[in-house]
Ligand binder design. Structure first.
Ligand SMILES: NC(=O)c1ccc[n+]([C@@H]2O[C@H](COP(=O)([O-])OP(=O)(O)OC[C@H]3O[C@@H](n4cnc5c(N)ncnc54)[C@H](OP(=O)(O)O)[C@@H]3O)[C@@H](O)[C@H]2O)c1
Length: 332
């Protein structure tokens, strides 16, 4: 049995952009299990934009990540030791064990998953929190009708890639916004969106106008700032905007809007949401998403950093758009 756990702690809070020295790698002895506990070897760690917000000591929808504690994070792994009758050695599980190689738990919050038809890593992506986020914002806020146009930013990413594919399956026209030619090609050719606008090409509003000849009925916003501004300017009357994330401002940059008056003049519904506040939809959403992935009707892509040591750089890269699809760290 392993004796040592390697963990990344939050060492300091970022001032602006995250730097590697905001994290500290430690080695901690693994105590023997108490009755009722399990030990899990984490196979993959999920890196997600929300972690950036938790690194700040500011008021938000969730408490800040405490200093000198293991960085928060979703994980998938395998039970390697169990003193809990509900778990057997070999069970595959999803949990929030954070940035560390082993997790120890009394079983609370640990979900068994079946990786026969759905790869284990997908439970951190399309069949996990990002997938449910896409499902909720699209189905419960935008609720697209056939023939409507839905635009999603960060379209090649973990959430955005699912939004566009679900919108297509609902009969809508799906238009992505993504950074770079390669990401846009993937969004159209592999994910099946109708169009994708490269916001880095320098002609965002005109390119979006060309890609949305009938205007926009649903906006799934992951970025904010100029990307949301361009979308706002194309919104049809009674359009719906699901505000999922504002990643362009996570390092503290301003994300101003030039056209907020359009919310009034176009009678727009603008609804922010936090997926973990809607646990009632998770079983249905995960069931539908799992079926789609198992049937290969939902495509997804992963960027996998190798080894726990690579987590800080991979996370810093995620906040700069260096990931292509779901950012994971392989821990074994
Ligand atoms: N509300 C909720 O409950 C909830 C839950 C999960 C996620 N989210 C939000 O959903 C959004 C997407 O999350 P994800 O996990 O799917 O991440 P992701 O899209 O897989 O990765 C982040 C992507 O954001 C884009 N990006 C990064 N910095 C940017 C910038 N300054 N300007 C424009 N785009 C930038 C990059 O794509 P490009 O290269 O294409 O720019 C990057 O690849 C995030 O805003 C996240 O906070 C919200």
């Amino acid at each position: 049995m392993p004796q040592i756990n390697r963990q990344f702690l939050l060492a300091s809070r970022p001032q602006g952009a995250v730097t590697p020295d905001n994290f500290r790698l430690v080695q901690t002895p693994l105590a023997p299990l108490a009755d009722g506990e399990i030990r899990v070897r984490n196979h993959y760690l999920s890196l997600d934009p929300y972690m950036r917000g938790r690194m700040n000591d500011s008021k938000s929808y969730a408490a800040p990540q405490p200093l000198d504690e293991v960085m928060i994070g979703g994980t998938v792994g395998e039970v390697i030791e169990s003193k809990n009758p509900k778990f057997a050695v070999g069970d595959k599980v999803v949990a929030i064990f954070g940035w560390q190689e082993y997790g120890t738990s009394d079983g609370a919050g640990v979900q068994k998953v079946d990786d026969t038809h759905v790869p284990l890593s997908a439970y951190l992506g399309p069949v996990g929190m990002p997938g449910v986020t896409a499902w909720y914002g699209l189905n419960r806020i935008i609720a697209p009708k056939a023939g409507e146009t839905v635009v999603v930013s960060a379209a090649s990413g973990a959430v955005g890639s699912v939004v566009g594919q679900l919108a297509k399956q609902a009969g809508a026209r799906a238009v992505g916004i993504a950074g770079g030619v390669e990401k846009c090609r993937y969004v159209v050719e592999t994910l099946g969106f109708d169009a994708c606008v490269d916001y880095k090409a320098g002609n965002l509003y005109q390119d979006l106008k060309a890609a949305t000849p009938d205007g926009i009925d649903g906006c799934f916003e992951n970025v904010g700032g100029e990307v949301l501004d361009a979308t706002l300017a194309r919104m049809n009357p009674s359009g719906r905007i699901a505000v999922c994330g504002y990643i362009a401002g996570y390092d503290g940059q301003p994300v101003p809007l030039k056209h907020p008056s359009l919310i009034l003049t176009q009678r727009l519904l603008v609804q922010g949401f936090i997926v973990t506040e809607h646990m009632d939809v998770w079983p249905q959403a995960l069931n539908e998403l799992g079926t789609l992935v198992a049937q290969k009707k939902l495509q997804y892509r992963e960027t996998i950093a190798q080894g726990l040591d690579a987590a800080p750089e991979a996370f810093i890269g995620l906040l700069k758009g260096k990931n292509f699809g779901k950012q994971l760290v392989k821990l074994i």
